[in-house]
Design a protein around this ligand. Structure first.
Ligand code: ADP
Ligand code: ZN
Length: 735
């Protein structure tokens, strides 16, 4: 636009004699060269503003010096931000992630710069300081203000009025009489600093040994990976708190990654109880101003501990000394958008580059981490029992072939009786079903018409509370009609299968007086409302909770003594080799919500496959046999972590274009021993938002250089023409 051209022109500084590479937040394959105006000081890591086409963009001065281009031919850097430069470690990390995931480094760097106004110190707020003297006329209100201000502290105008309990006009009157001087206040700190000795460590028994193991790594202050493998409620959090305390004592910053940070208010409070202050939060629900503050204070070192979602891994800490990854097996650590990466794996890389310890934590470690534990790459620390007098729930399978629910129902009589008993005792029951909405499929009883998304290969999910049919792939929604759009028959549409809303309806039929809460991401009011509901549950203000995986993570509900799994088989059906592992992890986590205090607790898992290894592993409480089988199976098939996988998704507006391009990518690929290509086949989601998707799976031995192969493959592939788009996913979640 005109104004940005003008802006660009105004900022054209005098040419210099030096050039530097600058990484801009674009999908460019490498940094661009810019000239440094004479008298401007930049170094690798400096955050700068540079012209790019007609725009001004933020970039980072990168490593690699002069490229021999005549500086006169280059455009100059327009501004250097007053911000500590990104450290060498951080730059190396960005390059490493870019190379590993085959993403443009600029896009990775952009993740490190996601706080648009944080690169310059915040403008200082105006403050007041009492300089002495008496007002012309003293009033009780004026006296209170002077009394409050007389301690020499600097106040904001409204802060002083508030503290003195008067209106701002009283303060204004005193200012106009010259009793105050105006000064500039430094920005308030985002959080108080956590104090490692605020509350003393209270570890007991096996927790002590576990903490000792990790503390010895922390004291070495070198790269190492520890895996805390302990059942839910065994005190893993207490143990890693000691590692955090020690790291703070050593003057280093700490990053804690959590899969659902926005929902774990209780975690922040626990942290505060131990350290006297909350950690800074980092996640996508953070207000932009807060985000900018946390970013800046992480860079300047003012923030000592950050608790965040996976994206916090790209915060350019001043001096990071420890990363904790809680629930390390959680699929939420995988980002599948632009830069595809697994924050757990990249955290280990960051620890290696920064030469500091990394601690993985889980009740159900991923197969990858288990194998790394077995081969000695990670040191594993076990916590096999719950802390104190809390016992794990008694778990039982409900064989649905023998305990069929009533017509139109999904809860077996056994489960209904158990819910009744629990509620009678004044305790809480959780019914878990990982399916949002009312029913996953709606069809016409007369003609068989099924409601499908017009843009995706998925059924529309009925949301009865909102009278809508919704696509969970693309968000498309429409009103639920009364007549079938195909045959026109009225009132013959039937809901097939249950979602949480439908289970709630069934629960209300059986327990009309119970207080029920449905929890899923569909809740109106967003994260705030969810936090409130979770708090209400923890305080015992609900009898029966019906929820998706949102309720599975991390929460501590003291009164919850029954967990009912509505459909334990749900996650097993999709044919993915990781399905059993995932189902085991999710079910362990959900059943782990019960019995966190001394109360006797139960879990009932409704299944049609009681002999399935996952079900057996869950009820026996012995995961080792299950994991051994899983690991043996992966090894036999040379699947990760014994082999390497990459998935290439080719999408296009027509099926033909997508399939064709995928085929030619395959036929133009290099031949390398130890690496093979499977497909193309229709991707697991074959049509999303009107785009057809085909998948190539590249499989390699552990020793093969997957990245080099893929680079060559991409270079030799035909150009992406028309609507064709190629997306690479290293270490895909499903395969
Ligand atoms: P995990 O992280 O393994 O699920 P937590 O650390 O949350 O386990 O501990 C479970 C419960 O036991 C929490 O309520 C915690 O406060 C309590 N707890 C754990 N260790 C101790 C301890 N040493 N002293 C007192 N309470 C503890
Ligand atoms: Zn859709």
């Amino acid at each position: 636009t005109d104004s940005s051209d003008l802006f660009g022109a105004l900022f054209e500084a005098p040419a210099g004699t030096r050039t530097v590479p600058v990484l801009v937040p674009m999908p460019a394959p490498k940094p661009y060269s810019y000239c440094v105006p004479d008298g401007t000081a930049v170094e690798p890591g400096s955050i700068v503003q540079v012209p790019l086409g007609p725009r001004q963009v933020i970039g980072v001065v990168w490593d690699g010096g002069e490229d021999g281009v005549d500086p006169k031919k280059l455009r100059p850097i327009t501004h250097v931000f007053d911000c500590p430069p990104l450290s060498k470690e951080m730059r190396e990390f960005i390059d490493w992630v870019a190379a590993y995931t085959l993403s443009p480094p600029g896009l990775v760097a952009r993740m490190a710069l996601r706080a648009p106004n944080a690169f310059e110190p915040e403008p200082m707020a105006e403050g007041l300081r009492f300089i002495g003297g008496e007002p012309v006329r003293m009033t009780p209100a004026r006296a209170r203000v002077l009394d409050t201000a007389s301690d020499g502290v600097s106040w904001t105008r409204t802060g002083l009025a508030h503290a003195a309990g008067v209106s701002t006009s009283v303060v204004d009157g005193l200012i106009s009489q010259g009793l105050f001087e105006t000064i500039f206040l430094p920005p308030p700190p985002v959080v108080a600093k956590p104090d490692p000795d605020f509350a003393s460590s209270r570890l007991q028994g096996p927790q002590k040994d576990a903490a000792e193991g990790i503390l010895s790594e922390v004291r070495k202050g070198e790269f190492s990976v520890s895996l805390i493998d302990g059942v839910t409620g065994s005190g893993k959090t207490e143990v890693y708190f000691e590692a955090i305390a020690e790291t703070i004592r050593r003057g280093k910053q700490v990053l804690i990654l959590l899969p659902e940070i926005a929902l774990t208010a209780s975690f922040l409070e626990r942290f505060q109880d131990r350290f006297g202050a909350k950690p800074a939060e980092w996640h996508s629900d953070l207000a932009p101003r807060m985000r900018e503050k946390v970013w800046r204070q992480a860079v300047t070192g003012e923030v000592r501990v950050v608790a965040g979602a996976r994206s916090a891994l790209f915060l350019p800490f001043e001096d990071l000394g420890l990363i904790i990854i809680d629930e390390e097996h959680d699929p939420a650590y995988k980002q599948e958008d632009r830069v595809y990466y697994n924050a757990r794996d990249m955290a280990v890389v960051r620890g290696r580059i920064g030469n500091f310890p990394v601690v993985l934590v889980s009740a159900t470690p991923s197969v990858e981490s288990q194998v790394n534990g077995q081969n000695g790459r990670y040191s594993t620390i076990h916590l096999p029992t719950r802390f104190g007098d809390a016992a794990l729930p008694d778990l039982h399978l409900v064989d649905m072939r023998r305990h069929a629910p009533k017509r139109d129902g999904f809860l077996s009589p056994v489960l209904i009786r158990a819910i009744g008993k629990t509620v009678e005792k004044g305790e809480q029951a959780l019914l878990f079903l990982n399916r949002r909405g009312y029913a996953p499929l709606t069809l016409c009883r007369v003609c068989g018409h099924r409601f499908q998304c017009p843009q995706c290969s998925s059924w529309l999910v009925e949301h009865r509370f909102r009278s809508q049919l919704q696509c969970h792939q693309c968000g498309h929604s429409q009103r639920t009609p009364e007549a079938c759009p195909e045959c026109g028959t009225l009132d013959h549409l039937v809901a097939c299968g249950p979602g949480v809303e439908r289970i709630a309806e069934e629960v209300e039929r059986h327990f009309p007086d119970a207080r029920t809460i449905v929890l899923s991401s569909d809740i109106t009011g967003g994260v705030k409302r969810l936090r409130l509901e979770l708090e209400a549950i923890a305080k015992g203000q609900a009898d029966i909770v019906i929820g998706t995986q949102l309720v599975a993570k991390g929460h501590n509900f003291p009164l919850m003594t029954l967990v009912g799994i509505v459909d334990a088989d749900l996650g097993l059906a999709n044919g993915d080799p990781r399905a059993a592992e995932r189902t085991f992890q999710l079910l362990s986590q959900v059943t782990g919500r019960a019995g966190r205090t001394g109360l006797k607790s139960h879990g009932l898992l409704q299944t049609y496959q009681p002999q399935h290894p996952v079900m057996q592993a869950i009820v026996s409480g012995d995961a080792s046999a299950f994991y051994e089988r899983e690991i043996a199976e992966r090894e036999r098939a040379s699947l990760p972590p014994f082999g390497r996988l990459a998935s290439i998704i080719v999408s296009a507006e027509t099926r033909h274009d997508a399939e064709n391009h995928a085929r030619s990518m395959r036929s133009s690929a290099p031949q390398v021993s130890g690496i093979s290509i499977l497909g193309p086949a229709e991707a697991p989601l074959a049509l999303v938002r009107g785009r057809y998707r085909f998948r190539l799976l590249v499989h390699g031995r552990r020793s093969s250089d997957m990245q080099a192969f893929l680079r060559t493959m991409l270079a030799q592939a035909p150009k992406e023409r028309g609507s064709v788009h190629v997306q690479l996913d290293i270490d895909p979640q499903s395969f």
